[in-house]
Write a protein of this length. Structure first.
Lengths: 200, 200
DNA sequence: CGCAATGTTGAACAAGGTCAACTGTGGTGG
DNA sequence: CCACCACAGTTGACCTTGTTCAACATTGCG
């Protein structure tokens, strides 16, 4: 029963698009996903990342049943698709689930608004630093100390709300200052405290 | 019983501050309120406006019981304060309330993320235009056609995520283009459709 | 070996923020 | 009644930030 809703999604594939009709939500068993929003043809903003145990697609709930964002896997991902009806029914039946979801939304909203303020007022360097610390907090580090998510520069840029090139320069800067170090996509934060001082 | 929780708040006063301990939420009977977040000493971003029938302070729900935003009246306002315990209890008892709240959060989250993307990628002129249309949609217009909220330039700037002076220039520009007209704080949108074309 | 994709850097440019001056307007006291 | 001041409204000039574009380097892979 459950099995026929279990999806295996390969790396770098978009499993729902901004504007699509809302069919249901996804529960991530394994893998990592970016949730993003387009602007024009070639610009996007990554709104959030989701990993193991997170849900994706819930943002579509509300008046118009349309996904307001797209979701794309960053690595091979397995997820459970939960039909909208089933989900709504579960909510009706399970008070606790609904309450958890409510709290989850509340947290997300706080996050989102902090990000808004950052985009409006924080300079790029701060935003990149903030993004890195965010990623570390969410995904942790590997045993070698690298942030446990392998992200293209472009994705990092889209997350920080800036361009590829600028992200690049900022990253070298931070590296020169001894706050981080990296080889390709693998990034280590050497000094959390001082990295946090870049903003704030 | 209800009366002792009814508050009359005079114009331009902040009734809770970002960082305050969360005591409860406010239900606005009458008046208008801005919900804002500080950056540094002198910069702020207005995250949302609330009017009659809206609730304020719910953003504090979540892990740490702290208001993540401040709330300040724009006009004389009457509001009902609902103690956090009472509110939580009501949620437990009233399935429908909880569901409505959930949907409300979902909408807010969508809004917030649209705003994030706009801040990241939309130029200032577009953001101001977007803000004006937003305000019109939320508060409607007076019989003379003015947007039914009287906002200082500074507040409009903080809502659009820009500076006082820039807002000013953009407003004159829009006025020259025949899209809006204004006398002091009172603004009319002359051409919704073309104003929307400024962004998008 | 060569080509494509991605990484790296420099330079020019544009948007918007900052600062400061100027204008008008409405008190306030002589 | 007018001179003066305080203060928001208004505008100009400049400067910083970050984007854009384009060149060049490096890597990986057929």
């Amino acid at each position: 029963m459950l099995e026929d809703r279990l999806l295996i999604i390969k790396k770098e594939s978009c499993f729902f698009y901004e504007g699509d009709e809302l069919k249901g939500i996804f529960f991530i068993y394994k893998g990592k996903v970016k949730v993003h929003k387009k602007w024009g043809e070639d610009k996007e903003l990554i709104v959030r990342f989701a990993g193991e145990g997170d849900i994706v697609g819930h943002r579509g709930l509300g008046k118009q049943n349309i996904y307001p964002v797209s979701a794309t896997t960053l690595e091979a991902t397995s997820a459970c698709f939960i039909d909208l009806n089933l989900f709504e029914t579960s909510l009706k039946v399970n008070y606790d689930l609904m309450h958890k979801l409510l709290m989850f939304y509340a947290e997300e909203l706080q996050d989102s608004e902090k990000n808004m303020r950052n985009l409006a007022h924080m300079p790029v360097k701060g935003r990149v630093a903030y993004s890195l610390l965010n990623l570390k907090a969410k995904f942790g580090v590997t045993k070698e100390g690298y942030i446990n998510i392998s992200l293209s520069r472009q994705d990092l840029a889209s997350f920080a709300g800036t361009t590829y090139e600028t992200t690049f320069r900022v990253l070298s800067e931070l590296s020169n200052e001894g706050l981080i170090s990296f080889e390709g996509k693998e990034i280590v934060i050497l000094n959390d405290k001082n990295l946090a001082k870049v903003f704030d």
